[in-house]
Design a protein around this ligand. Structure first.
Ligand code: ADP
Ligand code: MG
Length: 619
C-alpha cells in the first residue's frame, strides 16, 4: 500500500503511473482507463466480459468479505449480512435517513443523535465509508489483475448534489482502500467529458445531464465555459429508478397470478423470482416488443405497450424534475445545447422518447449509459496525468488546504488539485460550555495529522456569546482567488461575530517540496489511517466521559450506589485506555461505559418524560 513510482534519475514522481477513473454507484460500480494507444477511454472488463460490479458487500460468518455479483446472489438468503446501496448512507446521520429506514433490509443503527450512521452486521459495526472502501478495494484489485500493474491513484465520481461531508466521506473511502484520490468529480461532469464536451478551450455550452440509475434519479444543468464546469441547478429523486420499474411490473404480474400480499411476505423466493423476472423482462423490452417468461411454472407475458403504461407515472416524475431544474437555472428547454443520457435505465425506449420530446433535441446516448460516468472519470484522470495536451490546463491548488480539528486532525476544506479560484465552507462548533473563543489554525498538506503538515496561519475567533457546548455554529470559509491567495474567515452564525485573515498558501514551496509532501503522505498513509482512527476513538471517548460526568452530577440521586460505583470504575478504565493510546481498548472501554450507563440513562429520561407529561395534563 502507498507504493508510488519514482523516477530514480530525477527523484520525481513517475508520470507514467496509471490513474484510473471510478464510478462508485449506488447500484453498480466500475473502473475505466484511457488507452495509451488509441487515447480512447474504455471500461475494464473481466474475463467473464462484465464491466459492472454490483455495489453490494456480503459479510460471511467467518469474517470473509465478498463484493459484487457473488454478494448479490446472497441478498435474499442473508439479507442482514448483505449490504446494498451504502452510497445512500455516505456522510449521513441516522436522522437524515430515518424516513427511509424501511428501504434497508439490513440494520442501520438508530442512536437518535446527529452522529453518522453505521450499519450493524452481527456484533460488528461498519461505517458507510468502510463499506464503500470494500467496494473500491475490490475494484482496485480487479484493475490490478486486468492491467497487471499496481493501481494507486484514482479519480472518483459523486453525484452533483453531494455535499462536502459526502464528498469527504468518498475521499476517505478511497484512501481506506489504498487509493490516492486525486480528484472527486461530479457524475454529470464526467459524463460530459466522456462525450468530449468541456475538454477544449474556448468552448461554451449549456448541457442537461439526465441520470436514471437503479434506485436514484437526477438531472443536472451544467454550464461549460473554457473548460470550467459550473452546476447551474440539480434536481431529482433519490428514491426513483429502474428498481421501481421492476417493482411496477412485478406487482402487475402478482395481481394477474392472484398472489396475495401475505403470500409474498411469507415466500421470499417467490418475491425474488418475480423481481428478477421483471428486471429481465424490462431489459428485454428495451429492444424487443414483447416478453414471455414463467413464474413458479406459470406463464407470464408483457408487451412493450403494457410496460410503458406501467412505468409512465415514473417517467413523468422525472420530467417534472427536468422542469424544476430548468426553472432554477433560469433557462428554457430550447436553450439547452446538448442532453446527455446516463444510467442503465435510460436504455428504456419510453424514457429516451419522453426526454427527446421534452427538450426537442436529439440525445447523446451513443456511449454505454452505465459506463459513461466511469469513462469520463478516466478522461479526467488522463488530463490530470498530463496526457491530454489539448486540454487547457487550469491552475490548481498543489496541496490540500484545511484546518485543525479535535485531536489534532487535519480537516480538508479545499482538496489538492482543485481548480482555482475556489471556495469552500464548513460548520464547526464548540467543545466546552460557555466557550467564548475558537482557535482556527490553517494548514496545507496531505497528512491526517496537522503536526505533519505545514501551518499557514492561525487566529482566534473571539466574542462568541456564552452557549452550551455544541450550540454555536461557526462557519469557516476558504476562498482561494485567481492568484492563489487564500482568504479564511470564521463567522459564528447565531451572533454574527466574524473574523477574516489573508494567507498566501503556495508561498515558499518549491515543486520539489510539494512532491516530497505528497510522497510523505503516501508513505505514511497506513500509519496516518491508524492514527486518525485512534484520535477519533479518543475524541469519542472523551465526549462519552464528559456526558457521563454531567449526567452523574445532575442525576446522582436517581441512581443506586452500585450503579454509581460501576460507572466510576468504568470511567476510570476508559481514562486508562486513553492514556495507553490503544484504539481497540479505547473503543472497547467506551462501549462498556455506554452499556453500563444506557439502561439507567433511559430509565431517568423516561421518568423525566412522564413527569413532564403529567405536568401538562389539563383537568
Ligand atoms: P447506479 O448509477 O444507480 O449504480 P446503473 O446506472 O448501473 O445504476 O443502472 C442500473 C439500472 O439500470 C438497473 O435498474 C437495471 O435494471 C437498469 N438497466 C440495465 N440495463 C438495462 C436495459 N437494457 N434496459 C432497461 N434497464 C436497464
Ligand atoms: Mg450512476
Amino acid at each position: 500500500m502507498g507504493k508510488v513510482a519514482i523516477n530514480i534519475a530525477t527523484g520525481s514522481l513517475q508520470t507514467e503511473e496509471i490513474i484510473v477513473g471510478i464510478d462508485l454507484g449506488t447500484t453498480n460500480s466500475l473502473i475505466a482507463i484511457v488507452r495509451k494507444d488509441s487515447h480512447q477511454p474504455i471500461a475494464l472488463r473481466e474475463i467473464d466480459g462484465l464491466t459492472l460490479v454490483p455495489s453490494i458487500v456480503h459479510f460471511g460468518t467467518e469474517g470473509n468479505i465478498t463484493v459484487g455479483n457473488a454478494a448479490k446472489e446472497l441478498l435474499v438468503a442473508e439479507p442482514e449480512r448483505t449490504i446494498y446501496s451504502a452510497k445512500r448512507l455516505m456522510g449521513k446521520s441516522y436522522k437524515d435517513v430515518s424516513d427511509h429506514a424501511g428501504f434497508f433490509a439490513y440494520k442501520v443503527i438508530d442512536d437518535d443523535t446527529d452522529a453518522l450512521v453505521k450499519v450493524q452486521v452481527a456484533e460488528k459495526f461498519y461505517s458507510p465509508i468502510e463499506l464503500s472502501s470494500y467496494i473500491l478495494k475490490e475494484l482496485k484489485q480487479r484493475a490490478e489483475h486486468i492491467l497487471k500493474t499496481p493501481v494507486n491513484k484514482a479519480v472518483i465520481t459523486v453525484p452533483a448534489y453531494f455535499n462536502d461531508s459526502q464528498r469527504q466521506a468518498t475521499r476517505d473511502a478511497g484512501r481506506l482502500a489504498g487509493l490516492d484520490v486525486l480528484r472527486i468529480v461530479n457524475e454529470p461532469t464526467a459524463a460530459s467529458l466522456a462525450y468530449g464536451m468541456g475538454v477544449k478551450a474556448h468552448e461554451e455550452k449549456t448541457i442537461a445531464v439526465y441520470d436514471l440509475g437503479g434506485g436514484t434519479f437526477d438531472i443536472s444543468i451544467l454550464k461549460i465555459t473554457n473548460g470550467i464546469f459550473e452546476v447551474l441547478s440539480t434536481h431529482g429523486d433519490t428514491y426513483l429508478g429502474g428498481d421501481d420499474m421492476d417493482r411496477a411490473l412485478a406487482q402487475h404480474w402478482q395481481k394477474q397470478l392472484g398472489i396475495s400480499d401475505g403470500e409474498m411476505k411469507r415466500d421470499k423466493s417467490l418475491t425474488q423470482q418475480l423481481r428478477v423476472t421483471a428486471e429481465e423482462a424490462k431489459k428485454h423490452l428495451s429492444n424487443k416488443d414483447s416478453f414471455e417468461g414463467a413464474i413458479n411454472g406459470k406463464a407470464v407475458s408483457v408487451s412493450k405497450t403494457e410496460f410503458n403504461t406501467l412505468i409512465l407515472p415514473l417517467v413523468e416524475r422525472t420530467i417534472t424534475s427536468c422542469k424544476n431544474a430548468l426553472r432554477d437555472a433560469g433557462l428554457k428547454a430550447e436553450q439547452i445545447d446538448a442532453i446527455v443520457m446516463v444510467g442503465g435505465s435510460t436504455r428504456v425506449p419510453l424514457v429516451k422518447q419522453s426526454i427527446r420530446d421534452f427538450f426537442g433535441k436529439d440525445l447523446y446516448d451513443q456511449l454505454n449509459p452505465d459506463e459513461v460516468v466511469a469513462l469520463g472519470a478516466a478522461v479526467q484522470a488522463d488530463i490530470l496525468a498530463g496526457n491530454n495536451t489539448e486540454m487547457l490546463l487550469l491552475d490548481v491548488t498543489p496541496l490540500s488546504l484545511g484546518i485543525e480539528t479535535m485531536g489534532g486532525l487535519m480537516d480538508v476544506l479545499i482538496p489538492r488539485n482543485s481548480k482555482i479560484p475556489n471556495k469552500a465552507g464548513r460548520q464547526y462548533t464548540t467543545q466546552k460550555d460557555g466557550q467564548g473563543s475558537m482557535r482556527i489554525s490553517v494548514y496545507q498538506g496531505e497528512r491526517d495529522l496537522v503536526q505533519d503538515n505545514r501551518k499557514l496561519a492561525e487566529f482566534n475567533l473571539t466574542g462568541i456569546p456564552g452557549m452550551p457546548a455544541g450550540m454555536p455554529k461557526v462557519e469557516v470559509s476558504f476562498l482561494v482567488d485567481a492568484d492563489g491567495i487564500l482568504k479564511v474567515s470564521a463567522t459564528e452564525l447565531r451572533s454574527g461575530v466574524q473574523q477574516t485573515i489573508d494567507v498566501k498558501p503556495q508561498y515558499g514551496l518549491t515543486d520539489e517540496e510539494v512532491e516530497k509532501m505528497l510522497l510523505d503522505s503516501l508513505t505514511h498513509a497506513k500509519e496516518d489511517i491508524q492514527t486518525r482512527a485512534l484520535m477519533e476513538a479518543i475524541t469519542e471517548a472523551q465526549q462519552m466521559l464528559d456526558v457521563t460526568e454531567k449526567f452523574l452530577a445532575k442525576h446522582r440521586q436517581d441512581l443506586s450506589p452500585e450503579e454509581i460505583s460501576t460507572t466510576l470504575n468504568s470511567m476510570q478504565l476508559l481514562r486508562d485506555a486513553i492514556d495507553i493510546k490503544d484504539k481497540d481498548s479505547v473503543q472497547h472501554a467506551t462501549e462498556s461505559l455506554n452499556d453500563i450507563s444506557r439502561p439507567y440513562a433511559e430509565r431517568v429520561m423516561d421518568a423525566a418524560l412522564k413527569d413532564a407529561m403529567k405536568g401538562r395534563k389539563v383537568i
